[in-house]
Design a protein around this ligand. Structure first.
Ligand code: MSP
Length: 637
């Protein structure tokens, strides 16, 4: 496997809209795969590309609407994409922009090359043009005379343009698809492409007259025209690697895999391989196609007015919980429905309950029984079969982009570990018994392996789990099996655990939203606007908490970050009370916490509740506390 590399791309997103859940989904999938391959092959063998598609009618129109020049507009929206991926913790090797000089030069070079070899000609064409899709539709493709994607009537346009001889390569493409059965996967999309290729392929109009559209890359052999935006955009996949001479092109192109949703199957499955063929470049290895996230049965899109913002969700529930939901809920290739209720249900059941409780349980027992340190204990082997099975299944699933199955395999291991503990009941045994030590050591060792397996999927959680297990160095450039087996990630002979913090807070769902399609039922009996009913008051989950530690939030004068203990969980709470109560005054204090406040992120820290204080008219603030000490977690009624 010495020379194996991995190159994975996402579509480059149009800058006519800011990122929504659909864009985040593809990019999170790609990030997960890139992290998985980095773990498997070493980071220097993996290249993950994403970026923005910035030319064309759509962008020019959006810029005009925003009252900005196309370039200023593209800079701004592209910046929002980059910032969003950063905040979601995504790790592309490069973020390409089609307005970069390098990309423009590459597109012109590519065009010149296939023009010189005779695959481009000048001609006249009349056709049904959809401005939303930026392409011509044939009569047959239209549905009731409308664009099937946008449901709008196309405009008939007749003009002179440059055309790319796609028809010439049709039989080559059909043979290539038959000869490489997983060139396009899953199969349903391959079949769709083959069925489309049964009819003769029309040549592709690859220019737009400047008189109609200025915002594009000039055609190198005729300055009256700019390049069709799809022809420009697809070339990003090779311009990013420095085609034709680039070292990265040489290393990574032979391992190219594209990841897209089904909306852009045709340009990727038909135009792009033919463009590559015409330019004498090997086709990419695989085109991996996923389905749509839908909201109430419609594809989410700006034009349909249904949009979910990724940062809102990651902010409210944590970016790993958001990531987990997306990866787990959608079967690769099929559509899935998005709802916040389903996200919360998965978060509570899979993350807070199955994984979170397992982790806290094991670490707390090691802390309680052995003061946090267990050494010279062999792994009892009781879970080695389950771990081996999980590793094998994850490897097989990831080859097929079956992210949900890979997570399913990890959760089988979580269940097996929970079962192992329930069978052995270490909490009922004598801590001094060799068997108790072995059981807890085995469980902790399995948690360590689980954390390594989770690294691509839930990177923040995996890091916290490893830190809790006393391991600071994250594995990077070692094979997955080695990472699991060896001392590279923590010595297998010693487990020294640290403070136990809950991995995921449970989200209380006391007031289910009314089911869709029914009339909104008021959640509470009516009350005058400035009064609340007792039922409304009861929705507040007010608890006594005990502060276990406090530290100043860097970069803020007012904020202090608290760890607050409730009954058997700890919360991070960010309070704006540092000026009145500096960090050293907090530990040991009892406070009143609003425990079911929707989590929110302040200065990059997720706050899971709010501490109550009173303020007088002069603005003096004092903290509220129980009149006498009472066990943390006590409910305020
Ligand atoms: N700019 C072109 C792509 C050029 S690639 C050479 C484009 N951009 S886009 O902004 O419209 O992004 C389309 C992609 O966004 C989809 O292929 C998919 O990756 C993602 N998604 C957008 N909406 C989506 C859903 N509702 N569900 C899942 N993915 C979605 O097309």
């Amino acid at each position: 496997m010495s020379g194996e590399t991995y190159y994975l791309t996402t579509p480059i997103y149009y800058v006519n809209a800011t990122p929504h859940l659909g864009h985040a989904y593809t990019t999170i999938l790609a990030d997960t795969m890139a992290r998985f391959q980095r773990l498997r092959l070493g980071p220097e063998r993996v290249y993950f590309l994403t970026g923005t598609d910035e030319h064309g009618d759509k962008v020019a129109q959006a810029a005009a609407k925003a009252g900005e020049s196309p370039q200023a507009y593209a800079d701004r929206i592209s910046g929002i994409f980059q910032e969003t991926w950063k905040r979601l913790g995504l790790t592309p090797n490069q973020f390409i922009r089609t307005t970069s000089d390098h990309h423009k030069r590459t597109v012109q070079r590519f065009l010149q090359q296939i023009y010189d070899s005779g695959d481009i000609y000048f001609g006249e064409y009349g056709g049904h043009y959809c401005f939303g899709c930026e392409r011509f539709y044939t009569e047959k493709e239209l549905q009731d005379g409308k664009c099937p994607d946008h449901q709008t009537a196309p405009t008939f346009i007749k003009e002179e343009n440059y055309f790319f001889r796609m028809g010439k390569y049709q039989s080559w493409l059909i043979d290539h698809i038959h000869g490489h059965p997983d060139f396009i996967r899953p199969d349903r999309y391959k079949n769709e492409v083959l069925s489309f290729l049964k009819d003769p392929l029309e040549d592709l109009c690859i220019s737009r007259p400047r008189a109609r559209l200025e915002w594009g890359i000039p055609i190198p052999f005729d300055e009256q025209f700019v390049t069709y935006v799809w022809f420009d955009a697809l070339i990003n996949y090779i311009s990013a690697l420095g085609w034709p001479e680039g070292e990265e092109f040489r290393r990574f192109w032979p391992a190219a895999q594209h990841l897209i949703a089904k909306d852009i199957l045709k340009p990727h499955a038909i135009y792009w391989p033919i463009m590559l063929k015409a330019a004498g470049i090997e086709p990419y290895g695989h085109l991996n196609v996923h389905g749509y996230w839908k909201i109430e049965e419609a594809k989410m899109s700006k034009s349909l007015g249904k949009v979910v913002r990724p940062l809102d969700l990651a902010g409210a529930y944590g970016r790993d919980a958001f990531r987990y939901f997306l990866l787990r809920e959608m079967t690769f290739g099929l559509d899935a429905s998005f709802s916040e209720e389903a996200l919360v249900a998965r978060l509570n059941a899979d993350l807070a309950n199955d994984l979170g409780n397992l982790y806290s349980r094991v670490l707390k027992l090691i802390e309680r029984y052995y003061n946090g340190a267990l050494s010279d204990r062999p792994d009892g082997g009781g879970l080695s079969g389950a771990t081996g099975a999980a590793v094998a299944e994850i490897g097989a699933a990831m080859k097929r982009f079956a992210f949900s199955e890979a997570l399913g395999a990890i959760w089988d291991l979580v269940s097996a570990t929970n079962k192992y503990l329930v069978t052995n009941e270490p909490w009922k045994q004598d801590p001094g018994d060799a068997r108790t030590k072995t059981v807890l050591f085995t469980a902790a060792e399995t948690l360590r392996k689980m954390a390594v397996l989770l690294m691509p999927f839930l990177p923040d959680t995996a890091e916290r789990m490893l830190q809790g297990l006393g391991i600071d160095a994250m594995p990077t450039s070692i094979g997955l099996e080695e990472a699991l087996a060896s001392e590279v990630v923590g010595s297998p002979r010693e487990r020294r655990v640290r403070e136990v913090r809950a991995l995921f807070p449970r989200i209380e769902t006391t007031s289910p939203k009314p089911s869709r399609g029914t009339k909104e039922v008021p959640a509470f009996p009516e009350a005058p606007p400035d009064q609340i009913t007792i039922e409304e008051f009861r929705r507040l989950d007010l608890r006594v908490g005990e502060v276990v530690e406090a530290e100043a939030v860097p970069g803020s004068k007012k904020l202090v970050r608290l760890r607050v203990r409730l009954k058997d969980e700890e919360r991070t709470v960010v309070a704006g009370l540092r000026e009145q109560y500096p960090p050293e005054t907090w530990p040991g204090k009892q406070v009143i916490l609003v425990a079911n406040l929707k989590p929110t992120t302040l200065m990059g820290i997720q706050s899971q509740g709010m501490v109550l204080a009173a303020e007088d008219d002069a603005g003096r603030i004092v903290l509220l506390k129980p009149e006498q000490p009472i066990p943390p977690g006590s409910k305020i009624r």
